[in-house]
Each structure stands twice: as C-alpha cells, then as structure tokens.
Design a protein around this ligand. Structure first.
Ligand code: HPA
Length: 270
C-alpha cells in the first residue's frame, strides 16, 4: 500500500507543483463548493493511477487543487463508499494520498438522516464525534508504522477548536445549526424505523454511509478532522416517512450554499 500511495502522490506532483494544506471531501449533492475554488490543476479520478472509480449518481469524480478563502486546498468532488463494493482501503486511499501530499487538516461534508427530535430537514450539523457501525475498519490488517500507530487514539476524532469555530460561524450567519454525533453505517439501505430508534438510543444524532473510514485514516496519521453534515431526512419511529436518494440529493443541493459558506469562513480562520 505504501508504494501505491507514494506513486499516486508522485504522479500528482509530476503534474503540478501546488502544495495543498487542507484536504476537502465533498459528499452527495454537495460538490458545488468547488466552483468557489480558484483552480490550479484538476484531475478526473479516472486519470489518477490507483484511484478507484465512483459509481454513484451525484458524485462528480474530480480532484481539484486550488485556492479557497486564501488557503491552498485539495478537494475531492465525490467520494468512494463502502456500499459500492470498495474495500475500506480503497475507500480511504485518496485520504492517504492527500496526507502524503502534506495536508495538515481534513474537512469533510456529507448528507445524513436526523434522529435527534430537535433537528429539521435542511439543518446543519457540525459533527462532534462518531460511532463506527460499519462492518469493518480501514486499519484492519498489518499496521504500516510509517503511516501511524497500531492502536490510534480517537479521543478527539473531530478537532474541538474547529467544531466550536464552525458552530459560531453558522450561528452568526443565522443558520439552524447543531453539534452532533454521527453514526456511520454501511448502507446502502436506509434504516428501518427500529434501526433509527436504536441509533438514537445508542447516542447518535445523525446517520450516514460515509465519513467514518476517512476520519479513522486521518486520525491514524494524526491529522485533525472537521466534518459538516446536512440533514436531508428525518429517521423516525413514530412518524415514518419514505426516503429516496433523489430526495437526499435535492435537500443537499438546496443547502449547499450554507455549507459552502461555513467551510469557506472556517478555512479563512484556520
Ligand atoms: N440514513 C443513512 N444515510 C443517509 C441518510 C439516512 O437516513 N440520509 C442521508 N444519508
């Protein structure tokens, strides 16, 4: 794996001398932030050696290097999900490459289902902590000591300073915003009413099918993480509503501006 990471990073360096400081991963329906990036160089995923190929509608599949809010960023428009059939190592490979390229913080976005009764569709949740309910972990297997320790600490999975800063930015902008716990599940089914209730009982505020593996790999490497979620549906037990991927994308798209605003203002402060 080490050679693959290095050779992909070398490929990117052979095309551009731009040195990104912040890695950004944009989730379903949330790719619009890249329009704000002053682009230096971009790659289609299909042109990057060792990169998996995205299979889901609504994911652009582009890696963009450029400047946003005065900061040098490398942004993934579209991510890889475990439910698409990729291994955990494949899902997190681009994160390893961004780390090899020298990023000092990772910022992620996603769409989620809300279980907290105070949450409404379209709300912003600044992720404060996570629960890994995926059936695997990207660090399973022989540990590469060069990448990080065998038993990484997860006591601050999400950097508390960034959580607070983003919460204040969103509040000042007048957005509905919460700090919450994200449960990461494999998908691809949305949850049953009993599963949403279970997730609420175990302490999660929102649920989604991404982010958790990426954060684990970044923390393995000691990289601080930040993640922002848009609540696209409410997972209820008493009031059961049907959910579709189309509706998730529609709400994510409609809330994209708020998310782009918070990330840009946070980047400017970092
Ligand atoms: N469950 C899981 N993943 C999701 C949801 C959900 O309700 N909404 C958006 N992504």
């Amino acid at each position: 794996m080490l050679e693959k990471i290095k050779s992909t990073a070398d490929f990117i360096r052979s095309k551009t001398s731009f040195n990104p400081e912040y890695g950004i991963v944009l989730g379903s329906g949330l790719g619009g932030l890249v329009q704000e990036v002053r682009e230096e160089f971009s790659f289609e995923y299909s042109d990057i050696p060792n990169f998996p190929l995205s299979t889901v509608k609504g994911h652009g599949g582009k890696l963009i290097l450029g400047t946003l809010a005065g900061k040098k960023v490398i942004a993934m428009q579209g991510r890889f999900h475990y439910y698409e059939g990729y291994s955990m190592q494949e899902v997190t490979f681009p994160i390893r490459v961004m780390i090899e390229l020298g990023i000092r913080q990772l910022l992620l976005s996603n769409a989620s289902g809300g279980m907290n009764p105070d949450y409404k569709v379209g709300d912003i949740v600044i992720i404060q902590d996570q629960i890994n309910l995926m059936p695997s972990n990207p660090l399973i297997g022989k540990n590469e000591d060069e990448l990080g320790p065998r038993f990484p600490d997860m006591s601050e999975a999400y950097e508390s300073k960034s959580v607070q800063a983003a919460y204040e930015i969103a509040s000042a902008a007048g957005y509905r915003v919460h700090k919450g716990v994200y449960a990461g599940v494999s998908g691809p089914c949305f949850e049953t009413p009993a599963e949403y209730r279970f997730l609420r009982i175990i302490g999660a505020d929102i649920v989604g099918m991404s982010t958790v593996p990426e954060v684990i790999v970044a923390r393995h490497a000691g990289i601080p993480c930040f993640a922002i979620s848009i609540v696209t549906d409410l997972g209820g037990f008493e009031h059961v509503e049907k959910i579709s991927h189309e509706e998730v994308l529609r709400v994510a798209n409609a809330s994209e501006g708020k998310m782009t605003d918070v990330i840009s203002q946070l980047l400017a402060k970092l």
